[in-house]
Design a protein around this ligand. Structure first.
Ligand code: NCD
Ligand code: ZN
Length: 430
């Protein structure tokens, strides 16, 4: 048996202990008070925090089609560096992931590279056109656990109803990008004082909330496993709260940028701040934080959306929406919730690993750090004091809205089934 000892670690930021991993089996072999010094590899973790490997329900790895901005390989490197052991990559590639063989290819490439489990998301409608449904049943027999037209909203209510019914029959998750496109034509910023002052066309909250309301009512009446992508408004939070109070079984995600940034950033006219849904106002940020704390919003998802400089370093209204996020996500969640005293590392494990794995029913992710469980693990230095730099990231793109920002918490090691996929000391890869 090949073994790895992680000595002096603090699982969930709690009491220090020593963990021995059976690398061949990819599982935790023992956890006890005595440090193991004769393992094949011994790492003294010096009291750093150990979390279950992080799971991201929403990323864009751009392969196939835009490999100049990200690939399954570079996206897996970025994921591992951010502490992730599983990610779900959206279907809005070129071609769109709307057939089983395309989804299989994404999964196979991710597995062959081996740095992160890359789950393909299948599109709900063919070519993301919003006209006819894809073969949800066929795709669900492969590796597709979630369907989404993300980047576009399934606006047509009758089509959405049919999608809910099919998804229910095949027991898969439907993830909606809630945006009534008829209300956001030409819009590039949150509709509010800032956009008005700067002369930018606004994307009103109601464009999101009206779709959320409709979808929650449909889920109430037709059932199924509905998931809301990137919730961004105070009103969306109220609607989710209303639905959950009535027992409607839905889940929702929030991005680190909607928890931390507001539309005050628009002042710079820097295209790096253009994103869908747009950065909103302080009251939205506060409501989203509260919702994540009380479980109204279930998970954090990065919506890692790489774009090249030709699409970002242009006039604000011409910039493509999207920000990269895999390598800053843990630091932001630690800053907003742990360093502020609002929550502890158990909470971080819940919203960034356990709940997403539960929603997607991943048997081997988001598991407790216990003997016999898969060694999908993330080691965090809570006091690393580091500065975010796009150029230093593993992602192929550099469109981070946090350029030059200082953070405390940093991922320093990631293991997927016992194999190290990121090692800060080894400069990014091993
Ligand atoms: C995403 C992209 O670039 O693919 N952009 C974004 O602003 N979030 C699509 C999406 O998640 O809506
Ligand atoms: Zn989206």
């Amino acid at each position: 048996m090949t073994t790895l000892a992680l000595n002096n670690v603090r699982p969930y930021g709690e009491d220090e202990t020593n963990i021995l991993i059976d690398v061949d089996a990819g599982v935790i072999d023992s956890i006890d008070g005595t440090a193991c010094t004769d393992a094949d590899e011994v790492i003294d973790c010096g009291g750093k925090i150990l979390l279950p490997g992080l799971v991201d329900m929403h990323v864009h790895l751009r392969e196939p089609g835009r490999e100049d901005t990200e690939t399954i390989a570079t996206g897996s490197d970025a994921a591992a560096k951010g502490g992730f052991t599983a990610v779900f990559t959206m279907a809005n590639t070129q071609p769109v992931i709307d057939q089983p063989f395309l989804a299989d290819a994404v999964w196979e490439k991710g597995q062959a590279y081996g740095k992160c489990d890359v789950y393909p998301v299948g599109s709900m409608t063919k070519g993301l056109k919003g006209e006819s449904l894809t073969e949800i049943g066929l795709m669900s027999r492969g590796h597709v656990k979630m369907f989404s037209d993300d980047g576009r909203c399934v606006n047509d209510p009758q089509l959405m109803r049919r999608a809910i019914e099919y998804a229910k029959a095949y027991d898969v998750v439907l993830a909606q990008h809630a945006e009534d496109h008829r209300m956001t034509d030409g819009a590039c910023a949150h509709e509010g004082e800032n956009a008005a002052r700067l002369g930018l066309r606004g994307w009103p909250r109601v464009a999101e909330e009206s779709i959320v309301a409709r979808d929650l009512i449909m889920t109430r009446d037709y059932g199924g496993r509905y998931h809301l992508c990137h919730a961004s408004t105070e009103g969306t939070v109220s609607l989710l709260r209303w639905a959950k109070a009535q027992g409607v079984d839905v889940s929702a995600e929030v991005t680190p940028h909607h928890l931390l940034l507001t539309d005050e950033k628009l002042e710079s006219f820097d295209g790096v701040y253009r994103v869908n849904p747009p950065l909103r106002e302080n009251r939205d940020t506060v409501a989203l934080r509260d919702a994540l704390l009380d479980g109204t919003i279930d998970v954090v998802a990065t919506d890692h959306a790489p774009h090249g400089s030709e699409d970002k370093c242009v006039e604000f209204e011409n910039a493509k929406p999207g920000m990269i996020g895999l390598e800053t996500s843990l630091a932001i969640i630690a800053k907003v919730f742990v360093e502020s005293g609002l929550a502890d590392w158990r909470f971080v494990a819940k919203v960034m690993s356990e709940r997403p794995a539960e929603i997607l029913r991943l048997a081997d992710q988001g598991r407790p750090i216990e003997v016999g469980e898969p060694a999908n693990l993330t080691l965090v230095d809570p006091e690393a004091a580091w500065t975010a730099r796009g150029e230093e990231m593993a992602s192929k793109s550099t469109n981070t809205p946090y350029e030059g920002s200082e953070f405390s918490a940093r991922v320093v090691g990631t293991w997927l089934r016992g194999a190290q996929t990121f090692d800060a000391v080894g400069n990014g890869t091993n």
